[in-house]
Design a protein around this ligand. Structure first.
Ligand code: 16G
Ligand code: MG
Length: 548
């Protein structure tokens, strides 16, 4: 196969010229921005994906076009590595450099990537590409596909799919279908068949009712949940709201991020009985949170920490009853509610580790355990099983029915990445097994009140952290002052970190009462403003406010 790099330049110049002069960076969520500025980025990511596939000896590389929980005008792109992980960090830099060079420099730049990485450009490459349901996604998908074609790679388009489905397809293909069939039907078949076998015809149990409201965020999760419904024969009775067919926009007043951050239900909620289980996913369905309202109408959230603890307790019981000697561990970030960590350590007696924010850090750490459970408080997470633990469970399953259950649980989980629908099916399985409703679930421990603030500063990179973002090492003196403030609050805890996705510093605080939490967040926010170059308006002191 002969490849002329001129083609890349010609395509770029004629069809995908670079319009934005602003530098953009491949971050934890890939590239994100206003959709009208992303055509050249997408084309170049198609080019990069096909180079990456050749670099990884013809393994399939995935490309997902989505801006997840961002508003409708935004879009974005993320590459998926052969085992379903996020793109390796050394290639994040290659991606950043590639999208920021001018059209004129592009041909030479691509030649340099090929040379520096010793890529055999004549070898085969395979790129899978999928998108969310934003109206600009099809145009951007074509740009990615053209990038692959410009370098004579093979591209397979999956159309509108969730992010976790794309991860599933990539892993299914690269394991030669050991993980499943790399098709939409293959995905549904694997999950639904495991779910229905686990339910085994028992649709209700104890306080558990077979009824659920599903907020699809007007995103791709809504469409796919409807597909699940068609195939599930009411083994789970799900009403899908915010389906994305009416005037509602993706993530607007709905979805997991809205529900978690605003601490209130999404728009479009039907009138339901108190304590009805409700679930919200984000725009690309890789995050999930549960919520309900109690008899006084108060909104209650069951976030990623709650899901993690529920799953950890359940898996721990199963392993113990199978008498398997497997190391189970849970991975959280600094955002995990302190009460959840205490519960895991003291009640469940499961080891916990804390890592920096971002799925790749959690996933990586979870791989160190035989069974690694990871969840961010925002609802992104999954469970990974080592090959040896799978082998041990399969062996035990020859004689032990509990181990057979565990095998079905493994099939139900999308191990490749957090998957809102798969996680939800797992939670439903566990609640049904325990005979629990949301009241039982939420009473396993009481969350500490917590508060987050965004602080505008001149340069957020002046903040540097260590110890999984829990300690701030720069600017000097800031951590000492934070420590002094925190010491005044019962069960107080606070940390600051630069955001990876927005130009702000984030402050997190928790304490034993709501008033203390607000006051602690305010005081720490003021310290950031004072010592890290704050530029925004002065924060309002909540205790002054209370007297107004
Ligand atoms: C990205 C991360 C998410 C993290 C969030 C933090 C992935 C796939 N996504 O969305 O895990 O919670 O960033 O945002 O890694 P922040 O740095 O702005 O707080
Ligand atoms: Mg998402």
């Amino acid at each position: 196969m002969s490849i002329n790099l001129r083609t890349v330049y010609a395509f770029a110049r004629e069809m995908y010229p670079k319009v934005s002069k602003e530098t953009i960076q491949y971050g934890t969520a890939g590239f994100r921005g206003k959709a009208e500025l992303l055509d050249s980025v997408m084309f170049r990511m198609g080019v990069l994906a096909t180079l990456r596939s050749r670099f990884r000896e013809g393994s399939v590389i995935g490309v997902m076009i989505t801006a997840s929980h961002n508003p409708e005008p935004d879009n974005g792109v993320k590459l998926i590595d052969p085992k379903g992980e996020m793109l390796e960090s050394s290639w994040e830099k290659i991606a950043t450099d590639l999208v920021n060079v001018s059209d004129q420099e592009l041909e030479q730049h691509v030649a340099n990537i090929i040379k520096d990485n010793q890529i055999d450009i004549t070898s085969s490459s395979y790129v899978y590409v999928g998108m969310d349901n934003r109206y600009h996604s099809p145009r951007l998908l074509k740009a990615v596909a053209d990038g692959v074609i410009a370098l004579k790679g093979n591209v397979r388009e999956f159309g509108i799919v969730t992010t976790p489905m794309m991860h599933f397809f990539v892993v299914a293909a690269n394991t030669k279908e050991a993980y499943g069939k790399p098709t939409e039907e293959g995905y549904y078949d694997k999950l639904i068949s495991a779910f229905e076998k686990l339910r085994n015809g028992q649709l209700e149990n104890g306080n558990y009712r077979n009824r659920l409201i599903f907020d699809g965020a007007n995103g791709v999760g809504a469409r796919k949940m409807l597909q699940f419904n068609k195939r599930m024969n009411k083994s789970l009775d799900v009403t899908v709201i915010n389906q994305g067919v009416g005037p509602g926009k993706i993530n607007e007043e709905c979805g997991a991020d809205h529900v978690k951050v605003q601490q209130k239900p999404p728009v479009g909620m039907p009138i339901v009985e108190p304590y009805t289980r409700c679930v919200s996913v984000d725009g690309d369905a890789d995050r999930v949170v549960y919520f309900f309202t109690d008899e006084t109408g108060q909104f209650r959230l069951l976030d990623g920490d709650r899901i993690a603890t529920l799953v950890a307790g359940y898996l721990m019981d199963l392993i113990q009853s199978c008498q398997l000697d497997l190391r189970l561990g849970l991975v959280q970030t600094a955002y995990a509610n302190g009460a959840s960590t205490d519960y895991i350590v003291n009640e469940l007696k499961v080891p916990v580790s804390c890592v920096p924010t971002g799925v790749k850090h959690l996933h990586h750490k979870a791989l160190e355990y035989d069974i690694g459970i990871y969840f961010e408080a925002n609802g992104h997470g999954t469970i990974v099983f080592s090959d040896s633990s799978k082998a041990a469970i399969s062996e035990a399953a020859k004689t032990n029915p509990k181990a057979q259950t565990l095998l079905l649980v493994i099939d139900l989980i999308n191990e490749t990445v957090g998957d809102a629908i798969s996680d939800m099916l797992l939670v439903e399985t566990i609640l049904n097994h325990k005979g629990w409703d949301v009241k039982d679930w939420i009473s396993s421990y009481a969350d500490l009140p917590n508060q987050q603030l965004k602080i505008q500063v001149k340069d957020r990179n002046v903040i540097q952290t260590t110890d999984a973002e829990r300690v701030c090492v720069k600017p000097e003196g800031l951590q000492d002052e934070i420590n002094q403030v925190v010491a005044n609050y019962k069960r107080g805890r606070a940390f600051v970190r630069p955001s990876g996705t927005e130009d702000v510093v984030r402050v997190y605080a928790e304490a034993s009462t709501r008033e203390d939490t607000l006051q602690l967040a305010y005081e720490v926010g003021r310290l950031v403003q004072k010592l890290a170059g704050g530029v925004g308006p002065e924060l309002v002191n909540p205790s002054n406010n209370a007297h107004l």
